[in-house]
Design a protein around this ligand. Structure first.
Ligand SMILES: CCCCCCCCCCCCC[C@@H](O)CC(=O)SCCNC(=O)CCNC(=O)[C@H](O)C(C)(C)COP(=O)(O)OP(=O)(O)OC[C@H]1O[C@@H](n2cnc3c(N)ncnc32)[C@H](O)[C@@H]1OP(=O)(O)O
Length: 242
C-alpha cells in the first residue's frame, strides 16, 4: 500500500517536471517568435520611412519592401499553428481569417498586379499593418517576459479601434483598384472550353472577397473589443468554442 502511494507520488512528480519542461520550451519559442516578428516589422517601418525621406514619394515604395512584407506576413501562418496546437489562447478561425486574408492581399493582389502597386491605398494598409504588428508583437514579448509597460498594453487594446477600419479601407480600395486590371487581362482565370472543363473568373472571385468583408470584419472587430474589455477593464468574457 505504502509502496503504491510512493509510486503515485513519483509519477506525479515526473508528470509535473515534464509539464514544466514543455511550458519552458513553449515560452522560449513564443518569446523568440515574437521578438523576431517585432524586429521584422520594425525593419519594414524603417525601410518605408527611409524610402519616403530619400525619394519624397510613395511611388516605388511597395517594390522596395516587397520581399520583406511577403516574408513576414507569410511567416504569420505559424500563428494559426500556435492556436491549432493550443499553445496560445486564441481562436484558430479568428486568427486564420486575419492571417489568410492578409496573405491573399499580399501575394494574389498587390504582388501579382504591378499596375496597382503605387496606389495610395497600398501605402495606407502597409503603414497600418506595420503600426499594428509592432505594437502587437511587442505586447506579447513584454507579457511573456513579465515586464509589460502600461503604454504598450494601452496601445495594443486601443489603437486597433482606429487602425482596423483604416486597414480595411486600404485593403478594399486596393482590391477595387485591381478589378479593372483583372478584367482586362483575365489573370488567374480559366475560360471554357478547356481540357479540365472548369471555369473560374478571378474578377468575380475578388468581388466575393470584397463582399465577405461585410460579415467577417465586424466579427474580428467585436472580438478585439471583447479582448479590450477583458484585458483593460478586467471583464470576464465567455467566448464560444470554435
Ligand atoms: C483566402 C481569402 C480570404 C478572404 C477573406 C476576406 C475577408 C476578410 C475580412 C478580414 C478583414 C481583416 C482586415 C485586416 O487585415 C485589417 C487590419 O489588420 S488593419 C490593422 C489593425 N488590425 C488589428 O488591430 C488586428 C487585430 N487583430 C489581431 O490582433 C489578431 O489578428 C487577432 C487574431 C484578432 C487577435 O486576437 P487574439 O484573440 O489573439 O487577441 P489577443 O492579442 O488578446 O491574444 C489572446 C491571448 O493569446 C495570447 N497570444 C496570442 N498570440 C500570442 C503570441 N504570438 N505570443 C504569445 N501569446 C500570444 C495573448 O497574450 C492573449 O493571452 P491572455 O489570454 O493570457 O491575455
Amino acid at each position: 500500500m505504502a509502496s503504491g502511494e510512493e509510486d503515485g507520488a513519483v509519477d506525479e512528480k515526473e508528470n509535473n517536471n515534464k509539464k514544466k519542461t514543455k511550458s519552458a520550451i513553449v515560452t522560449a519559442w513564443l518569446t523568440f517568435y515574437n521578438i523576431a516578428m517585432t524586429a521584422g516589422w520594425l525593419v519594414l517601418a524603417m525601410a518605408m520611412a527611409r524610402f519616403y525621406i530619400q525619394k519624397g514619394t510613395h511611388k516605388g515604395l511597395y517594390r522596395s519592401i516587397a520581399r520583406t512584407i511577403k516574408f513576414f506576413q507569410t511567416f504569420a501562418l505559424v500563428e494559426v499553428g500556435h492556436c491549432a496546437i493550443g499553445i496560445v489562447r486564441t481562436s484558430v478561425i479568428v486568427t486564420g481569417v486575419q492571417v489568410c486574408s492578409r496573405i491573399f492581399l499580399v501575394w494574389f493582389i498587390t504582388n501579382s498586379i504591378r499596375q496597382i502597386q503605387n496606389e495610395e491605398s497600398v501605402i495606407l494598409f502597409l503603414v497600418v499593418w506595420t503600426l499594428t504588428e509592432i505594437t502587437r508583437y511587442s505586447y506579447y514579448t513584454f507579457k511573456l517576459l513579465h515586464h509589460l509597460p502600461y503604454f504598450v498594453k494601452w496601445a495594443r487594446y486601443n489603437l486597433f479601434i482606429i487602425l482596423y477600419p483604416l486597414g480595411v479601407i486600404g485593403e478594399l480600395l486596393t482590391i477595387y483598384a485591381a478589378l479593372p486590371v483583372v478584367r482586362r487581362t483575365g489573370m488567374f482565370s480559366m475560360r471554357l472550353p478547356n481540357k479540365y472543363n472548369v471555369s473560374f473568373d478571378y474578377y468575380y472571385c475578388l468581388i466575393i472577397v470584397m463582399l465577405s468583408y461585410i460579415p467577417l470584419f465586424p466579427q474580428l472587430y467585436f472580438h478585439m473589443l471583447r479582448q479590450r474589455r477583458r484585458v483593460l477593464h478586467g471583464e470576464v468574457i465567455v467566448e464560444k468554442d470554435d
